[in-house]
Write a protein that binds this ligand. Structure first.
Ligand SMILES: O=P(O)(O)OC[C@H]1O[C@](O)(CO)[C@@H](O)[C@@H]1O
Ligand SMILES: [Mg+2]
Ligand SMILES: [Mn+2]
Length: 472
């Protein structure tokens, strides 16, 4: 099959076109507003205030450039030097000299946009390490207080049950573990405390019950491709073979706040149940896509869990406070014992798609990461942007097979699982007829935009690749 081109910001009627024309100016304006607020809170630092004014004017100018659809310019030597900008961006622009904001590949231009914004802050000494999206990340996490507490209580309730599991005879225990695995995968997938059967005080019997199955079936109905079972088999096989000595699961992260919290819950479940012995989290090295996780967001999350102002769970003695503290302590223990590790790499914030997670990409860490991820039993890619990079954000027919769409990743040795809430035009792996069916359904409420069902965040896909050539 010929490899199709990537989605462009001038593809009429696409979500990419809409994002570029209407959402990017809003994102930049929000950054200007948050910068102004930050300046107000540090007025006494005159030098910082002045530098903030410089950034603000440059952001306003940049926003105007995007609106006026000017050509995308290369980074200057000075910018590359000061802000450590990977040369991949300028190489791309050299090959595509004519691109402007109104007619450029969506993937490149969106990643380039965040890099351009970051350069403006990195060039000012007082703002070089400032995360312009921090306020938004923190306020969003703060507003998810009830879901955070609910999951912490569930986790606390689950711990003794996982211990008790040992007594269950083989298949019975495994059945429950499989149900819990699927539920934690779904909690991580949706990045919220879905109301699954895993109620706060559900007993193991209840989890296995019909009622539990009904709740699960309801939430699974929105997952239109579901390879969870294949990931389960990989980890249970590893657990049986490795007698739990060395099972590594990697998370290529998406959003901070509740999504990261849900990812940590999944990791804690895997570690406590012996389905993993080490979890490595891959974070972004600069502020990116507004909400994506940086190393500092993990430290902030643990601090927030213990902060009674941030999460008002009452006295330290309340069951809610104790559950939050318990999970924060668990995370500290996992980190100090090396069971959880956090890393960052500039590869994740280049425009390179994940076909570059391969030995052939030797300039921007693609091959280094590819080499390292060979040692992982399962690499979980979270969210929509990662899915777009796995599939190259290309205009594949929506029934294209997963292993075709992810190119070299289907045979170069990385065992991968994409947990994606659908928020962009690219969509593959669908059975015949499903796209038409969902487009028709979405069209009813959204005339003329039926195909945007896969940009709504209302549906999701869970896609597995063994990373080895499929046995013919
Ligand atoms: O946080 P996620 O799940 O990666 O979603 C980010 C998505 O939002 C968008 O910015 C626009 O919807 C996409 O470009 C991007 O893929
Ligand atoms: Mg996401
Ligand atoms: Mn994201």
């Amino acid at each position: 099959m010929t490899i199709p081109g990537r989605f462009m910001t001038n593809d009429k009627g696409t979500f990419g076109e809409y994002t570029a024309s209407s959402r990017w100016p809003i994102i930049i304006q929000n950054a200007i507003d948050d910068l102004t607020e930050q300046q107000e809170s540090e007025k006494n630092n005159d030098n910082k205030f002045k530098q903030g004014e410089v950034i603000k004017n440059e952001l306003k100018q940049f926003r105007q450039e995007v609106i006026n659809r000017v050509p995308l310019r290369p980074f200057t030597e000075e910018e590359i030097e000061v802000a450590n900008v990977p040369l991949s961006f300028n190489e791309y622009l050299k090959e595509h000299p004519e691109v402007n904001w109104g007619a450029v590949e969506w993937l490149f231009s969106e990643v380039y946009l965040y890099r351009r914004m970051n350069v403006l802050f990195q060039r000012q000494s007082e703002w070089a390490k400032f995360d312009i999206f921090n306020k938004l990340k923190q306020s969003t996490f703060e507003s998810s207080f009830h879901g955070v507490v609910e999951l912490a209580l569930r986790y606390e309730n689950l711990l003794p049950q996982l211990k008790e599991m040992e007594q269950y005879s083989g298949s019975d225990g495994e059945d429950i573990l499989r149900i819990l695995f699927k539920e934690f995968i779904e909690i991580s997938l949706w990045g919220n405390a879905t109301d699954l059967s895993l109620l706060t005080n559900a007993t193991l019997e209840e989890i296995k019950s019909i009622q539990g199955a009904k709740a699960r079936a309801a939430s699974e109905s929105k997952i239109v491709v579901n390879d969870t079972e294949k990931a389960w088999e990989v980890l249970t096989k590893a657990k049986a073979e490795a007698n739990s000595t060395n099972i590594r699961v990697d998370f290529v992260l998406d959003n901070s706040g509740f999504e990261l919290y849900a990812d940590l819950m999944l990791a804690a479940f895997l570690l406590q149940s012996g389905l993993a012995t080490k979890c490595i989290f891959h974070a972004k090295d600069i502020p990116y896509m507004v909400s994506d996780v940086m190393l500092k967001d993990f430290d902030l999350l643990i601090k927030d869990l213990r902060d009674r102002e941030f999460f008002p769970s009452g006295e330290a003695s309340t069951k809610e406070s104790k559950a939050l503290d318990l999970f924060a302590n668990e995370l500290d223990k996992f980190v100090s014992s090396g069971k959880i590790e956090f890393r960052e790499d500039s590869f994740w914030t280049t425009e390179l798609d994940y076909w570059n997670l391969d030995a052939k990409e030797v300039k921007y860490h693609g091959s280094t990461l590819h080499e390292d991820l060979q040692a992982s039993n399962l690499v979980i890619f979270k969210g929509d942007l990662n899915y777009r990079k796995l599939t190259g954000d290309r205009k594949w027919p929506r029934t294209t097979k997963w292993e075709t769409a992810i190119g070299p990743l289907s045979t170069n040795g990385i065992t991968s699982l994409s947990l994606r809430t659908c928020k962009a035009d690219v969509q593959v792996g669908l059975p015949e007829g499903l796209d038409a069916e969902l487009s028709q359904e979405w069209e009813k409420e959204n005339p003329g935009r039926g195909s945007w069902w896969c940009c709504s965040g209302k549906w999701a896909v869970i896609c597995f690749s063994s990373g080895t050539p499929s046995k013919k």
